[in-house]
Structure formats: structure tokens, C-alpha cells
Design a protein around this ligand. Structure first.
Ligand code: IPM
Ligand code: MN
Length: 361
């Protein structure tokens, strides 16, 4: 029997509540589809930081490296200054484990309200492949004359050809396997590069050349589109049906996937995977720790459940992953009144039960 060793990092705020539900569904899937999950809990997060001053130490990274995958709840604590936990835990894990892809599907499930007028599940169904190791996130830069009227602050968008090529490779392969044609939803598989070649004439020129070179040489059947990032935001709202797979740098990917999360019905449903195709990947709901809802049992666990589903798909348990997604779609279509915290018509744990029960039918 296939056995997967999973590191579970519930983290801060509502992270633990939603992680319990994701684990509930994972265990139900394991029973139903005949595989085993061994779970090990790690308490990295704000509380541990407050107690010990430790975020994610190097020894923690080495521990995590031994697992098949990591399931993360949320990082961010109201008593800890912004940046410490995000950089010290989340970004540290992404960088140290070289999780160079951040995969973020934007899919409107049936029964879910979108703020986009007259758009439905057939229109909102695309995936963003966000590069996850470079760009403004490398910390390249510095400050001089701090505190004076002449203070200078520099923060650089950094990419090398290797990072761009490995991300593009993943994006083209993903498009070949999961594009609109591949899933019977259109005539062609399309990969769009989201950049800003009119202003970022070094970084996105590199991306654009690499994109067309690779596409032309290795993926002639995949249609290639290009959008500036500002136009991407515009069309995500006006014509989301134009998109299939979008590949972009780290910063633009961060921004457009928050827009994507709203388009697909909010943070309650938006899931993502920090993927190292050759190593240990980490799956997380993309919303934060939602301190104001902590401990009330009102937060929506579907984003965490869908992160677990993406984890299974990445581990190769495709059937179990598909069935979890179908169970989630059944629950959004037939059960939940809303995806918003406190407005679902069910508690956090009842939503987990609904998905697990549907899965086991
Ligand atoms: C995300 C978050 C993080 C990011 C923050 C918390 C560092 O916004 O996962 O999108 O910018 O990547
Ligand atoms: Mn973000």
C-alpha cells in the first residue's frame, strides 16, 4: 500500500481549525482509495515564536525535507510585527526547499457567488503558475542614509535564465496536461505570459524571449499569449474565459492571485501549492490566519481541504484528488449558503464532515 509521510504545520489563527478539516478529508480519502498517510505535527508559528524567539530554524528545514509533502494552515500573528513570521517561516520554507512553483487554480465551483456579473463556472476556470523563488522576493537591495531626508531604498526584481526556464518548463508541461483542450473544454491549450515588457525592459524581456524560444522549439501545439500585468487584471474581471494557464513572476503572481481568489468566490475557497517538482512541496490555503475569526468554528475550511486535494494530486493520487474536488463541488452546489466566514450555514467542522461524507458515499 502506498504510504505518504506528511508534515502538518497548522500555524496561526484559524490555521489549526481549517487544517483539522483538511486532515479529516485526507484520512477519509486514504481509507476510501487504499493508501496510507502518516502525519507528523510541527508547531512553527506565532505562538512558538513568542515563546522561543524561533521562526523556522535550519534544523526545522532539515526535518521537513524528510517528508513527502507539507500541509500548512496559515502563518501570521496579531502580536508579531508583519514580516517576521512571513519571512522567517513561509518564505524560508519556500526558498530553502526550493519550491519554485506556486500553483494557484482559479476555478469557480457550482453554487458559488462571484462578484463578476454574468460569469459562471464555465467562464472562470484557469490556473496561475507563479514563479516562487525570484523577483522582488530575493531581498536584493538595501537602504542608505536611513532616517535622513535623503534616504535611499532599493529593492530589486531579480531573475536569472535558469529560474525563468525551469518555471516555463513546468508551465508548458502543466498546460499540455491540464489546458483547456486536454480537459475537453476548448480547441487548444493556451499558456499566457503575464509581464510588463513596456516598462520592465530587462526582466520581462528575458521572460518573453525564453517563453517564445521554449514554446516554439518544444511546445508548438500550445498557443502562446502575452498580456501586460495591468491588462491581465482588466481581462480577469472583464473576460476571465480568455484565460487557460497563466505564467508569471513572483510579484505579479502574488497580486493577480488575490484578484483570482476574489473572482473564484473568496479566500474561503482559494488553495495553492508551493511545488518543488523534484523535492518536497508545501500546500496551503492562500488566505491568511484571519485572527478575528479564530477559535469560533466559523471559518471556511474548503481552501484547506482543496490544498490537501492538490497535495494528493501532486503525490500521484489523482483519483482521490478528483473525488475530493467533486465532493467539494457537491457541497458548494447543494449545501453551503455562502463561502464567507460565519455565513456558510454550517460550522467549520460540519463543512469538513459534509465533504468527508460525500467522499465516502
Ligand atoms: C502569499 C502571501 C505571501 C506572499 C506573504 C504572506 C509573504 O501573500 O502566499 O501570497 O507574498 O507570497
Ligand atoms: Mn499573496
Amino acid at each position: 500500500m502506498a504510504t505518504y509521510n506528511i508534515a502538518v504545520m497548522p500555524g496561526d489563527g484559524t490555521g489549526p481549525e481549517v487544517t483539522v478539516e483538511a486532515v479529516k478529508v485526507l484520512k477519509a480519502a486514504a481509507d476510501k482509495f487504499g493508501f496510507k498517510v502518516n502525519l507528523a505535527d510541527f508547531d512553527f508559528g506565532g505562538e512558538r515564536y513568542k515563546r522561543t524567539g524561533e521562526t523556522l530554524p535550519d534544523s526545522g528545514v532539515e526535518e521537513l525535507r524528510k517528508f513527502d509533502a507539507i500541509l500548512l494552515g496559515a502563518i501570521g500573528h496579531p502580536d508579531v510585527a508583519p514580516g517576521i513570521l512571513e519571512k522567517g517561516i513561509l518564505l524560508k520554507a519556500r526558498f530553502a526547499l526550493d519550491q519554485y512553483i506556486n500553483l494557484r487554480p482559479v476555478k469557480l465551483y457550482p453554487g458559488v457567488a462571484t462578484p463578476l456579473k454574468d460569469k459562471g463556472p464555465e467562464d472562470i476556470d484557469f490556473t496561475v503558475v507563479r514563479e516562487n523563488t525570484g523577483d522582488l522576493y530575493t531581498g536584493t537591495g538595501g537602504v542608505t542614509m536611513k532616517g535622513t531626508p535623503h534616504e535611499v531604498a532599493v529593492q530589486s526584481a531579480v531573475y536569472n535564465r535558469f529560474q525563468v526556464d525551469r518555471c516555463l518548463k513546468y508551465a508548458f508541461e502543466y498546460t499540455k496536461k491540464h489546458g483547456k483542450k486536454a480537459r475537453g473544454r476548448g480547441k487548444e491549450n493556451t499558456l499566457a505570459l503575464c509581464g510588463k515588457t513596456n516598462v520592465l525592459t530587462y526582466v520581462y524581456d528575458l521572460w518573453e524571449r525564453a517563453f517564445h524560444e521554449m514554446g516554439k522549439a518544444e511546445y508548438p501545439d500550445i498557443r502562446r499569449d502575452y498580456y501586460h500585468v495591468d491588462a491581465t487584471c482588466m481581462w480577469m474581471v472583464k473576460n476571465p474565459e480568455w484565460f487557460d494557464v497563466i505564467v508569471t513572476g513572483n510579484m505579479f503572481g502574488d497580486i493577480i492571485t488575490d484578484l483570482g481568489a476574489m473572482v473564484q468566490g473568496g479566500m474561503g475557497i482559494a488553495a495553492g501549492g508551493n511545488i518543488n517538482p523534484e523535492g518536497v512541496s508545501m500546500f496551503e490555503p492562500i488566505g491568511g490566519s484571519a485572527p478575528k475569526y479564530t477559535g469560533q468554528g466559523v471559518i471556511n475550511p474548503l481552501a484547506a481541504i482543496c490544498s490537501g486535494q492538490m497535495m494528493l494530486a501532486t503525490l500521484g493520487e489523482e483519483e482521490a484528488a478528483d473525488k475530493i474536488e467533486q465532493a467539494v463541488m457537491y457541497v458548494t452546489a447543494n449545501k453551503l449558503k455562502s463561502l464567507a466566514a460565519g455565513k456558510m450555514g454550517y460550522s467549520t467542522s460540519q463543512v469538513g464532515d459534509l465533504v468527508a461524507e460525500k467522499l465516502c458515499e
